[in-house]
Design a protein around this ligand. Structure first.
Ligand code: MSP
Length: 506
């Protein structure tokens, strides 16, 4: 199956969107744009996770009815999608009717198959992570109990439905063994496998002590555990329970991009729920690392939460998109520092890429009556041939989520191009060999277009600005990589007056 289905986690609405949310969403946006550019049909889902104790508590703290509260905060996340120029195809909210029907249906199937039974839960619970915590994971400090993420725990004792997770232990291990790239990166897969091997207990999947959730069918005292509710979003958006629905048939199973903190829910619980309901498990779980701010953990209490709005105002959207994925290998933790952003923007975007375009395009604009002729020889230019030859390698980088390697490789070509400009010095050729000058400028222009095409999933707005510099390419959709070939049918470029692409950071 060629179609691709990428999802972000659905975000808790107890909080304002921050850089962590933006990071996951941008990764999925880049993937979607990249596959579309290759002509591969892709669907991108994001949304909001609106039930659970944590959200209910946030609404109560503000003295607002939970639904009213979630309507407001969910909108913040839709606004974030606009701010980040996301290409999502749908935005799902777990308070929507389509989702409720879907989640209750999954519940009924699991109950009918005897995968769920009624019993009693007593144990520790983290409201912040909406997660049950086993004794061996508890950390004690100053007489209080915490989980491994530092979230305070509370004692819960109530009647609860349980999912027979223990029964799925061996089947999950077999599944991981047969699907070696199910969890990316490998280090995370090993953690998950170790955890499953250490023994899975049945999972409590309903709550009775608060009301803000989807009701358990036929038992009005219970609501569905928020993670079972939330994970279902990935299929409710595709039309589940209608497994014959177009979207479901076309896109399931999907690829879930998540932060490292929520991998267990996605790589253990979710495939177990699905297999228990006779549905295919997801295709892949891709876990990224966490960002710190100038070396410090990002947290509300430290007051160092990074607001995507401010960041974009200061540095510009595409520069931030570039920085986040060039600076740190996806999967590793990364540090967000002003100096690191400045170095990337000034050194790579402004000097290497932007300046080359500015120099070359202005020169053509001023000296060649805004026109450049193309010949077959230009397509035979060594650097262009190298770039074209690297396509398979570049594609492999993205297929393996090595965004940083992909960008690094493209900027090495930009280095080669800058060296070529310095060596051939087209401005000097103007007097000595005008024909050679034209040839050099045409070579460089074609390379600029080629590199920009490959950069476009990361920097769609800047790429558009660059494409617009070539006036008579309007009818060719250069966002599609293969359309580069169509340029060959032209025999010249018309150049528009260039404006600086990136401003240097002081
Ligand atoms: N609602 C759940 C997901 C349910 S999916 C069925 C949830 N929401 S969240 O809003 O708390 O987190 C969303 C994502 O933001 C997670 O992938 C998390 O890893 C990510 N990040 C939160 N802080 C982050 C950083 N400081 N750095 C990078 N990503 C971080 O979990």
């Amino acid at each position: 199956m060629l179609n691709k289905y990428f999802t972000t986690p659905i975000y808790y609405v107890n909080d304002k969107p921050h850089i962590g949310h933006a990071y996951t969403s941008l990764a999925v946006d880049i993937l979607k744009r990249f596959y579309i550019s290759r002509g591969i049909d892709s669907f991108f889902l994001t949304g909001t996770d609106e039930h659970g104790q944590k959200v209910e508590k946030a609404a109560i703290d503000q003295g607002i009815d939970p639904l009213k509260f979630t309507n407001g905060v969910s909108q913040n996340f839709r606004d974030l999608s606009d701010l980040l120029n996301l290409s999502n195809d749908d935005f799902i909210r777990t308070t929507e009717e389509r989702h409720k029907i879907s989640a209750q249906n999954l519940w009924k199937v699991l109950l009918e198959k005897d995968e769920i039974y009624l019993s009693k839960y007593s144990g520790w619970y983290s409201v912040r992570d909406e997660a049950f915590v086993s004794e061996n994971e508890i950390v004690e400090k100053d007489g209080k109990k915490y989980n491994g993420f530092g979230s305070e725990l509370s004692w819960v004792e109530e009647e609860s439905y349980f999912f027979r997770l223990s029964k799925w232990q061996d089947k999950l291990l077999k599944f991981y063994k047969e699907n070696t790239d199910f969890i990316v990166p490998k280090s995370r897969a090993n953690e998950v496998i170790k955890f499953v091997e250490s023994g899975l207990k049945d999972l409590s999947v309903s709550r009775t002590t608060f009301k803000w959730g989807i009701g358990v069918p036929n038992n009005k005292n219970h609501i569905i555990y928020v993670w079972l509710d939330a994970l279902t979003n990935y299929i409710s958006a595709l039309g589940y329970p209608e497994t014959e629905a177009d979207l479901f048939k076309k896109y399931w199973p999907g690829i879930h991009v998540v932060g490292k903190d929520i991998i267990r829910f996605h790589a253990i619980f979710w495939p177990a729920f699905l297999m228990a309901a006779d549905l295919s498990p997801p295709k892949q779980i891709v876990a990224h690392g966490w960002w710190t701010n100038e070396g410090q953990k990002i947290s509300k209490s430290l007051g160092n939460v990074i607001d995507p709005n401010e960041l974009i105002n200061v540095y510009g959207l595409d520069s931030i998109r570039y920085f986040l994925f060039r600076e740190v290998p996806f999967g590793n933790d990364g540090d967000f520092s002003k100096l690191a952003i400045k170095n990337r923007i000034n050194g790579e975007l402004a000097n290497n890429y932007g300046n080359l375009i500015q120099r070359i395009i202005s020169f053509i604009y001023k000296n060649l009556e805004q026109n450049i002729e193309l010949t077959a020889e230009n397509y035979d230019f060594d650097i262009l041939k190298q770039i074209n030859k690297s396509e398979a390698e570049l594609f492999k980088f993205i297929e393996n989520y090595k965004f940083d390697e992909y960008l690094k490789k493209l900027f090495l070509f930009m280095n080669d191009l800058n060296n070529y400009v310095d060596k051939t010095a087209p401005w000097a050729l103007k007097k000595t060999d005008p024909e050679e000058m034209k040839r050099v400028l045409a070579n460089i222009s074609l390379c600029i277009i080629r590199v920009t095409q490959y950069l476009s999933p990361f920097m769609p707005l800047k790429s558009k600005e660059v494409f617009k510099l070539f006036d008579n390419l309007d009818d060719i959709d250069l966002f599609h990589f293969d359309n580069f070939e169509k340029i060959k049918s032209l025999n010249h470029f018309k150049i528009n007056k260039p404006e600086p692409l990136f401003t240097k950071i002081e």
